[in-house]
Design a protein around this ligand. Structure first.
Ligand code: ATP
Ligand code: MG
Length: 412
């Protein structure tokens, strides 16, 4: 019996329910239906009549799965209406009028995909509050890899670093600062490849392993350079459910080979540092994990770090406070760096709005008048932050933080 049409109907049905739930604003239910649609689509792909068709169907399946994941993320943040801002995937994978890129489509798309991953950012070590030991470790590793070893001595250095920890604690910042510090030491030569692993899997499905090879090739050509693999856990998520596709297996083995530096053997002058980041280290495959010589927990900031982060987002932006900084350090206990930044934005934003309520009327008086308007500010007090803290609450529970600590201990 040909199961194909039945699976297609199951998929359409789930998709229909998913969209209804999504329209009704029920992110949780929509995510569950998109997941069912993804599962049915994966099965349906097995009944494809051609490779191109199989590819298109699997690509859709991954799109549904990723959309479900995003919905869940937005759902947990509980941002009202945020789920509605996402655009749900649609369309029939077998419908050729929506042209999909196929694996056969030449190398130009691959190299342009790789170029799109080259990033520049102005982040420096100075922009990162706290994490002093981690910064030192990274600088030491860079130094050891780039400095000249004594004649005849082979020093092994680490080349793969994993950052794990709760969201918003500075993992991406650290990777960017690392890459920028290479740029300083080598006068503009360093390239920073910023790769969202889930993004390549969904966008370039069949080509993703080719993209990784091309990426590392470019990284080697531009040595020293940094490859940053963000959302690293998405590489291996669906292993257990038996849905890992051929493309996912291929990308996994490609990454393993690159992490081992197989293509660099015997070329001691080449230095490519891989930094992977994840919020879910326990989802990473053991074989992959073992390639990371350094696994560094980037925790929620302690009091000393919160002081530094508050200074970055207030003092260095020119805002003044008329309470003890320690009081703000106490208010932000349990907050991530990102949450502290949001809190500061909320408090400063409210204060400015309160003092400049007449600004909308000024606009009516024409451009010259508006340009002459002096925006007023005042020092912020503890009350401003307490009020902001009613809206912006820390999302990482002590239990979750403990889970990272426990996982780290298990790895020793
Ligand atoms: N240690 C820090 N010092 C200063 N700002 C910070 C720090 N940590 C986080 N922030 C602020 O939060 C924002 C998010 O940080 P970042 O992108 O590095 O988090 P992340 O750990 O990569 O999070 P995710 O796991 O969600 O990717 C930064 O742009 C910065 O404004
Ligand atoms: Mg990040």
């Amino acid at each position: 019996m040909d199961l194909g049409p039945k699976l297609k109907r199951a998929c359409d049905d789930s998709l229909h329910k998913a969209k209804m739930a999504w329209k009704a604003g029920d992110a949780e239910a929509a995510a569950a239906h998109f997941e069912s649609a993804s599962k049915a689509m994966f099965k349906y792909a097995e009944y494809a009549g051609s490779r191109a068709q199989e590819y298109a169907r699997k690509k859709k399946a991954i799109e549904y799965r990723d959309f479900a994941k995003r919905l869940r993320e937005v759902g947990t943040e509980n941002a009202a209406g945020a789920a509605k801002k996402l655009t749900p995937p649609s369309g029939d994978p077998d419908d050729n009028s929506q042209r999909e890129s196929t694996p056969e489509e030449g190398d130009t798309s691959i190299s342009s995909a790789v170029s799109a991953m080259v990033h520049t950012s102005g982040i420096t070590w100075h922009d990162i509050g706290g994490l002093d030991e981690t910064k030192r470790d990274i600088k030491y590793a860079l130094g050891l890899s780039l400095a000249r070893p004594p004649e005849g001595v082979k020093i092994t250095t680490f080349r793969n670093i994993l950052f794990y920890g709760p969201p918003g604690t500075g993992k991406t910042l650290l990777a960017a600062a690392t890459s920028n510090s290479l740029k300083v030491t080598t006068e503009g030569q360093a390239l920073f490849f910023n790769v969202k692993v889930s993004g390549i899997l969904s966008k370039y499905f069949g080509e993703s392993s080719k993209i990784i090879s091309e990426l590392y090739g470019a990284a080697r050509d531009n040595s020293p350079s940094v490859v940053f693999l963000d959302e690293f856990e998405s590489l291996t998520t669906d292993r257990d459910s038996g849905e890992q596709s051929g493309a996912e297996r291929r990308i996994l083995s490609t990454i393993l080979a690159e992490l081992d530096g197989l293509s660099e053997k015997g070329r001691g002058d080449i230095f490519v540092l891989t930094i992977a980041a994840t919020n879910r280290p326990w989802d990473i495959d053991a074989a992959v994990l073992s390639r990371f010589e350094k696994q560094i927990l980037i925790p929620l900031p302690d009091a000393v770090s919160r002081r530094a982060i508050l200074d970055i987002h207030l003092g260095r932006r020119g805002y003044q406070i008329d309470c003890e900084l320690d009081e703000l350090v106490a208010i932000t206990s349990g907050y991530s760096g990102r949450e502290i930044e949001r809190l500061c934005k909320e408090a400063t934003g409210e204060m400015i709005e309160e003092l400049n309520a007449d600004l909308p009327d000024v606009i009516d008086r024409g451009l010259a008048g508006t340009r002459a308007y002096q925006v007023k500010v005042r020092p912020l007090g503890k009350e401003d932050f307490l009020r902001a803290a009613e809206h912006i609450k820390p999302q990482t529970s002590p239990e979750t933080m403990q889970r990272y600590l426990d996982w780290g201990k298990e790895q020793d």
